[in-house]
Design a protein around this ligand. Structure first.
Ligand code: AMP
Length: 397
């Protein structure tokens, strides 16, 4: 069985074709600048990479170019589209409606559209991707996998904001959380790796990448997470501010003569470690600048690491016991010094990192010393495989 995983952004489309017998990627790629000009990078397993500028006026054209690349005699990996058994779509926001992946039909898509308000940049693009695939592959079943679904198990005390309750009732203003597919995949894998039953496990997952979120997972269920109504809350990120005093918004608007959308743009695109450092949103650039003596780059790293450590501390309280702290995503998997600094704040929990074991990138392993009270793990995330697995499970039912 082969499953195509699609992750549609407003002007981009990432895809992977996965052979579910081996769980190996047969081809993957990226369409960029959709609706602007168009650029396709297609990487078929064992064949030369296809990298070309090509007109992509809309997502349907982008999907058709991907399907052509997958079936092309030179760059292709399958002989016909009928070899694709199902398509799994990443969908950012499922609101309170979706606590699990779901087979997509017109009724479900209408429900997803109702969540557009909550993720205006992402959900409409996800839906365009679904419609385009339906048009070009009318016989393939489609499944939607939501970033928010895993967090639907959070208790009210974790998801409610202390705002007038009517905003929750009228507009569903609450914490939703994101990166759910990753938090679920990584926490399950961590329990397997440690050979402890998932239902008894208490795990804190640190998904640290361009966007970062921390999640407290109790018995395989999310009980709290750092992102909120939108992916802006939580720790400082590449360009996102993370949690700040809400009064800052009015203050900046007044002093910088900005309207609300302008201030929100600053919080989303010009803040985080980029805003503090003035150097870059990329942690590799920050490390290099800090090494060369750039104080603001160093402070940006310090702010990020300190905030991650504080979330871990608060989730230790929420869980009451911690079996494992797991690092994943670009920074979590690769940034040795960030992991070291974050863990250096956690001695109160009995966390002891082993410097030698921590000297590793991108591979599943234990990072903590043998006498650490809490295991610290590196588990690479694989959101596409998690989406493909859920898609397979649903279409086989
Ligand atoms: P992601 O959004 O998961 O792709 O993560 C992107 C972040 O991971 C960027 O800030 C990168 O600097 C960081 N990252 C990726 N690879 C490395 C690496 N080898 N060393 C340090 N940071 C890395």
């Amino acid at each position: 069985m082969k499953i195509l995983v699609i992750n549609c952004g407003s002007s981009s489309l990432k895809y992977q074709l996965i052979d579910m017998e081996t769980e190996e990627v047969i081809a993957k790629g990226l369409c960029e600048r959709i609706g602007i000009d168009g650029h396709l990078v297609h990487k078929p397993e064992g064949k030369p990479v296809l990298d070309k500028n090509i007109d992509m006026p809309d997502h349907t054209v982008a999907v058709s170019l991907v399907l052509n690349a997958l079936t092309d005699p030179v760059s292709g990996v399958i002989s016909s589209l009928s070899e694709i058994s199902a398509v799994g779509h990443r969908i950012v926001h499922g609101g309170e409606k979706f606590a699990d992946a779901v087979v997509l039909n017109d009724e479900v898509i209408a429900e997803i559209e109702k969540c557009n308000d909550l993720a205006p940049l992402h959900n409409p693009a996800n839906i365009i991707g679904i419609r385009s695939c339906q048009k070009l592959m009318p016989n393939a079943p489609m499944v939607g996998v939501f970033d928010t679904a895993f967090h639907q198990t959070m208790p009210e005390k974790a998801y409610l904001y202390a705002l007038p309750y009517e905003y929750y009732e009228k507009y569903k203003v609450r914490r939703y959380g994101f990166h759910g597919t990753s938090h679920s995949f990584v926490s399950k894998r961590a329990a397997e790796f440690l050979n402890i039953p998932l239902k008894d496990s208490k795990i804190i997952v640190c998904h640290l990448g361009n966007g970062s979120s921390i999640c407290a997972v109790d018995g395989g269920k999310s009980i709290d997470t750092s992102m909120g109504l939108t992916p802006l809350e939580g720790v400082a990120m590449g360009t996102r501010s993370g949690a700040i005093d809400p009064a800052i918004i009015e203050f900046i608007a007044e002093h910088e003569h900005m309207d609300l959308p302008q201030v929100m743009n600053v919080l989303n695109k010009k803040s985080g470690v980029y805003g503090v450092s003035g150097v870059s949103s990329d942690f590799r650039d920050l490390a290099a600048a800090a090494e060369a003596g750039d104080h603001r780059a160093q402070i940006a790293l310090d702010v990020f690491e300190y905030q991650v450590a504080k979330y871990i501390g608060s989730y230790a309280v929420a869980l009451g016991r911690v079996d494992a702290i797991v690092f994943t995503a670009g920074i979590g998997e690769n940034n040795i010094s960030a992991r070291e600094h974050i863990c250096s704040y956690l001695s109160v929990l009995g966390v002891k990192l082993d410097a030698q074991k921590n000297n590793v990138r991108g591979q599943e392993t234990i990072l903590s010393a043998d006498d650490s009270k809490v295991k610290v793990l590196l588990i690479p995330t694989n959101e596409e495989l998690a989406i493909a697995r859920q898609t397979k499970e649903l279409v086989q039912r």
